[in-house]
Design a protein around this ligand. Structure first.
Ligand SMILES: [Zn+2]
Length: 421
């Protein structure tokens, strides 16, 4: 997909340069104001501590106060314990209090990533398991603030026009796939891959509508290059990219999109569908990879460009095998997470039949704190179950040693991820 593809769409309206610069400037001003306000609030709190020996709740015990005042005091108990709320009587000062409370919080965020998901297709013939194949591992999937995966297909009960061509498979997952994904705890899905338009615009539109109804966020098509959403007070930006598949977001647009999200969000999650496919392609090459004559990109350099632009987590998939993991500027990278739940239509031999669930914990600026790799194997026609042999983990340890020996990541034999400082 070249830039020309996007002519006539509203893409250019989404990121006009002047708007981007304006947003950046607003963010800088906001940051400066925040620092000033926190300083003011601290000074207020310190002088209050000197002036009043009694703790806050005693000071106010017998006083009648406005309901707004009480609401705010309840909302920011940490602040109430340390500062003199008598001085925080105006809305302006309450804003100060809010900012101070946010800064004081040092909560971390947990994010899970998995690879390709296609839990059953009704085309060209029925390969449907008749149940939610994600159920065996849903307890792990649900145990994070954000759970991400790559949706490798179109959700559509019937109809649509299947794509045709050599070496060409088309996947049409029934509508209840969305319920399965929701039940399993998915928050964000990439649609930037070679199957999200298997049934044309009809299929893509149905997929997006159903995900919207289920409250699952998605990105990676020209209609939805990125998404911004909030969860538990954290503002996430999510975008996804792929090679030249018609109507998906192309690598060439990545830097601009990521910078835009970085200017607006606390946490930027980037997905890419990059690299050659199959058991012979487990290693990253640090060069552009080709498969079936297609340019499939260079995951090593793409990940770095993404992080330079503001990405906080980079989740790769596409090769249908698991690849190395890495860290750059304190940000986590998974080069490829393999087949996670691909039912019926996929080669599941050797490395294609195992994959990780990667759970990372980052601080609120996106820096990697720690992580855990769980190993999954695909049983039967492609049902993910936990793998006691930890094959995916063993593969990741070996591949990481071989392909990025200089990495600061330490991956232990129990799957723990640490950062070597
Ligand atoms: Zn793919």
């Amino acid at each position: 997909m070249t830039r020309d593809y996007l002519k006539g769409s509203n893409y250019n309206d989404l990121y006009p340069e002047d708007l981007y610069e304006k947003v950046k400037k607003e963010k800088r001003v906001k940051k400066a104001k925040k620092v000033l306000l926190v300083g003011l609030a601290l000074v207020t709190a310190l002088s209050a501590a000197v002036a009043f020996k009694k703790p806050y709740y005693e000071t106010n015990a017998g006083q009648k106060t406005s309901s707004a005042y009480n609401t705010e005091a309840l909302a920011y108990p940490g602040l109430a314990a340390s500062a003199n709320l008598q001085s925080i009587s105006t809305q302006h000062n309450l804003e100060k209090a809010e900012k101070m409370s946010v800064i004081a919080s040092s909560d971390s965020i947990s994010i899970i990533g998995v690879g390709d998901i296609m839990p059953g297709t009704n085309y060209p013939s029925s390969h449907l398991p008749g149940k939610n194949i994600l159920g065996n591992v849903e307890d792990i999937l649900k145990d994070a603030d954000i759970t991400f995966g790559n949706l490798e297909g179109t959700i559509l009960n019937s109809g649509g026009t299947p794509k045709t061509g050599e070496n060409c498979f088309a996947f049409r997952m029934p509508d209840n796939t969305v319920d399965y994904l929701k039940e399993a705890g998915f928050d964000a899905l990439s649609l930037a891959n070679n199957h999200s338009r298997d049934f044309g615009t009809v299929g893509a539109t149905n997929t997006m509508n159903l995900l919207d109804n289920a409250g699952i966020h998605y990105a990676g098509l020209a209609e939805c290059p990125y998404t911004i959403f909030e969860k538990e007070g954290v503002k996430y930006g999510f975008c996804a990219f792929a090679p030249d598949y018609s109507g998906t977001m192309h690598f060439a647009d990545a830097v601009k999109t990521i910078k835009y999200l970085d200017s607006r969000c606390d946490m930027v999650i980037v997905s890419f569908h990059v690299g050659a496919e199959g058991n012979a392609c487990q290693h990253i090459t640090r060069k552009t990879e080709y498969f079936l004559g297609e340019n499939r990109g260079d995951p090593y350099h793409f990940a770095r460009e993404a992080i330079d632009a503001g990405a906080d987590v980079v989740f790769g998939e596409g090769p249908h095998v698991t690849r190395a993991v890495d860290i750059y500027k304190n940000r986590f990278i998974a080069y490829s997470m393999g087949n996670f739940a691909t039912y019926g239509m996929f080669d599941l031999s050797n490395a294609c039949g195992v994959s990780p669930i990667i759970k990372i914990t980052v601080d609120k600026t996106g820096k990697l704190l720690s992580g855990k790799i769980y190993s999954v194997k695909l049983e039967g026609k492609g049902v993910p179950v936990l793998d006691k042999n930890n094959t995916a983990l063993k593969n990741i340890i070996q591949l990481t040693k071989a392909d990025v020996p200089e990495t600061q990541l330490i991956i232990e034999s129990d799957g723990t991820i640490k950062v070597n400082k």
